[in-house]
Design a protein around this ligand. Structure first.
Ligand code: URA
Length: 170
């Protein structure tokens, strides 16, 4: 799974997807019948993009998050490529538009809705694009959840994970 960049919680813990969006991602992985330890989770950029901050003592307290710029994504790409070479995933799931842009090319698509749910490729590895879990946190309709789930069902089929009736009808 590839996300955007660490946020505040991830910066503190030094681990991707451990905040609210990460907890939802863990549930999504669980719904696929997997444990977090069975998948690799990374980000387009391994660092939290810097924002204007407020000085507190000797450090600067950064508030808020922003997506990485095109330049930052280009900077992060060799590191991401190295992770893919080591992990050799059967498939990659791009979570949200930043991940999709980083993996498919900056400005390579108009809207996430037009490319999600279809198989793409990142340097020879099958790539599924879906919405970011933070989108689901903002948009909790059953319809949005089902759309993401349908993308994950395609991933399960592609990697040969068993799918039971309950999972099929979530
Ligand atoms: N959102 C992301 O895209 N990545 C993280 O690691 C955490 C939140």
């Amino acid at each position: 799974f590839c996300g955007e960049a660490p946020g505040a919680d991830e910066e503190i813990r030094g681990e991707p997807f451990v905040g609210a969006a990460g907890q939802l991602l863990t549930k999504m992985i669980g719904a696929m019948g997997l444990k977090r330890e069975q998948v690799y989770i990374g980000n387009i950029l391994a660092w939290r993009p810097q924002m204007e901050g407020r000085r507190s003592g000797s450090s600067v307290q950064q508030t808020g998050n922003r997506p990485p710029t095109e330049e930052e994504m280009r900077f992060g790409l060799p590191y991401l490529r190295a992770q893919v070479e080591v992990v050799r995933p059967k498939v990659i799931v791009a979570l949200g538009s930043t991940a999709a842009e980083g993996l498919l090319g900056f400005g390579s698509f108009k809207s996430l809705g037009s490319i999600r749910g279809q198989w793409h490729e990142f340097e020879g590895t099958p790539l599924m694009v879906t919405y970011h879990p933070s989108y689901l946190l903002r948009n909790q309709s059953n319809k949005s959840k089902r759309v993401v789930w349908e993308d994950l069902l395609q991933v399960m089929e592609r990697v040969g994970l068993p799918i039971n009736e309950r999972q099929r009808n979530y």
